[in-house]
Design a protein around this ligand. Sequence first.
Ligand code: HPA
Length: 243
Amino acid sequence: MLAIIGGTGLTQIEGVQLLAERSAHTALGSASSPVTEARLEGQPVLFLARHGHPHRIPPHRINYRANLLALQAAGATRILAINAVGGIDPAFTPGSLVLPDQIIDYTWGREATFFDGDYLPLKHLDFTWPYDKNLRKSLLAVAAKEKIPVHAGGVYGATQGPRLETAAEITRMARDGCTLVGMTGMPEAMLARELELPYACLSLVVNPAAGLSSEAITMAGIEQVLQQGMGEVLKLLRAFVRT
Ligand code: HPA
């Protein structure tokens, strides 16, 4: 069953038939919200609001491990994460959809593994390709068929937040090779890998990253882009579950 992790701007999916609500409680604490099972285009899907519903949990305080465990317990077999991000590559203008293929992790102090020697014995897992190849491929195929423009690659730089970056931090990230910046891409992607759940991230660019535009980054500006952009995300999601 496909699970959708909704980020900023997507705390619930409108117009779906709710089937069940599954517990947020796990062996590693509470997930951000209960997992909802709903029918989307006739197909059962799971949905979890990453920041809670309503949106209240900051990126560095999200219990990513509980979120992943709750989805697994609810029967998720693959995960599509939706993330609002800043664009670093000039081609990634506000409103663009990007399916990144790489990650650079700048976060710190987050519970980032199940294999910590407490919950599970230590293990070092391969993460060369952080996102699931097949899931990315199917999403890109659906996007092409539906004529929904999606950039087929990007390097997601995961920052700690909740503050936005400085201009110098973005210059450094660009030099590192990041083309997108967001606060929630990690450790989520790695935790999914640890649970052997195929995982992909669909990023919606909601602002040019810090220092790349003459205007300050404001929530009002971001919200404007989010409204329309999440419409496109939902269109893609619906088409994807129909296939
Ligand atoms: N930086 C980090 N996270 C973000 C941004 C940004 O510019 N926009 C949306 N999420």
